[in-house]
Design a protein around this ligand. Sequence first.
Ligand SMILES: C[S@@+](CC[C@H](N)C(=O)[O-])C[C@H]1O[C@@H](n2cnc3c(N)ncnc32)[C@H](O)[C@@H]1O
Length: 284
Amino acid sequence: MSRTSKKPRTRPKMADLADKYALYRLAVQDPEHEVQEFLRFYKDQFGRRPTRLREDFCAAAAVCCEWVKLGREYAAVGVDLDPEPLGYCRRTYLPKLSATEQLRVRLLQQDVRTCDVRADIIAAQNYSFFIFKTRAGVLEYFRQVHRCLADEGIFILDMMGGGAMQDEQISESRQVGRPTSEDKLQPPFRYVWEEASFDPITHDVLFHIHFRFPDGSALERAFSYDWRLWTMPEIRELLEEAGFSQSHVYWETEDKKGEPSGKYRRATRGRPDQAWLSYVIGVK
Ligand SMILES: C[S@@+](CC[C@H](N)C(=O)[O-])C[C@H]1O[C@@H](n2cnc3c(N)ncnc32)[C@H](O)[C@@H]1O
């Protein structure tokens, strides 16, 4: 090679420039909607507005940052073991809040099972408590939540299930378009939710999230979750055992075409859908 020849300049791939937390938020989170749902669930139970939120397994604490925008009396605490997403929140989400809003968000790097922060609502979203694979583990966590809730307090969990979840190698994939507002630096991408394995004896389930880009690059296994697929009756029984006086299920309604509507109503009977998502509320 001649001494004068130049190395071809390699353009960075889209995946090299991507921000996995921003992609995660675009693909699977809707903090504004979550906050409105939390207010509604609480109002259904107690007929008033709560002010103190604890977001367990908060990762980058997107819901906390939305909660404090409700007004001066609203405060939020996010709890997560992992310093990386908490640092992301401090660098990326908190600076977008006003100075007084920032003061009303507290982030704790801690195990949710030892956290004693009191709140009107304690929420564990995106199935995060599935990390606890034994009854004893779930019960320990639920008891701690029960102790920390205000006398008029609710615990909000989300759950998923259905026949398709017990099928190995299923995956859901959808295109996420070019975002508009704060995440405009992220390219369009394909979000892939892969169920890599399911064991019908233990209900151990392994999920991966991948992000794939139009230039062929990808963030494979950007997030992985080694969980137990709990069932609704198991979880409601564990809530009762932990001391919750009632539990309610908010089941997704159907639109006029019989498709999932994205709206959730209290229900005592569900439909045997192949894949369903729902909220479960434990009342102190
Ligand atoms: C599925 S992500 C949750 C993301 C977020 N809650 C959401 O709604 O998208 C699970 C999070 O739980 C955290 N985590 C796992 N075990 C934990 C524990 N025992 N205590 C606190 N955080 C934990 C992980 O670090 C990870 O950030």
